[in-house]
Design a protein around this ligand. Structure first.
Ligand code: NI
Length: 137
């Protein structure tokens, strides 16, 4: 287990009150865990700005009836097969599909893959969720 360090933080009382209200809503039982998560979030953002290998998910919602779109999305994923660990397709209703693509690898290539999928005509929603490989946290 890592060594624990303690430090004091000077902060505007109003700002701390707002923070406390927020973390209570988010079910944190103490400030320390909320601070640790904030620090981890910053580190993950830095990983996506400068790191070499990252991990995340791409979520898409699209029209099931557009066969050209389905082919296009599949073609794009084949072009980037080395980044894709797995994908899950859910039939939301008669018209809509939701797809979750788990990705790991070069951050710039992953961003490009996400941009291409999102920009495909007929995609109603597309979001890259930037997670971490966990190695640097
Ligand atoms: Ni479907």
């Amino acid at each position: 287990m890592a060594e624990i360090a303690r430090f004091g933080v000077s902060i505007d009382k109003d700002l701390l009150d707002k923070f406390d209200r927020l973390i209570k809503k988010e079910e944190y039982t103490n400030r320390s865990e909320a601070f640790r998560d904030l620090i981890r979030e910053k580190l993950v953002v830095a990983e996506w700005d400068k790191g070499s290998s990252v991990a995340g998910t791409i979520t898409l919602v699209y029209d099931h009836h557009r066969r050209d779109l389905l082919n296009n999305l599949t073609d794009i994923q084949h072009d980037y097969h080395d980044l894709i660990i797995s994908s899950q397709h859910v039939h939301l209703d008669h018209n809509n599909c939701l797809e979750i693509i788990v990705v790991k690898g070069d951050r710039l290539k992953i961003k490009k893959l996400a941009y291409k999928l999102k920009a495909s005509k007929g995609v109603k929603f597309g979001q890259l969720s930037m997670a971490t490989t966990g190695k640097n946290l």
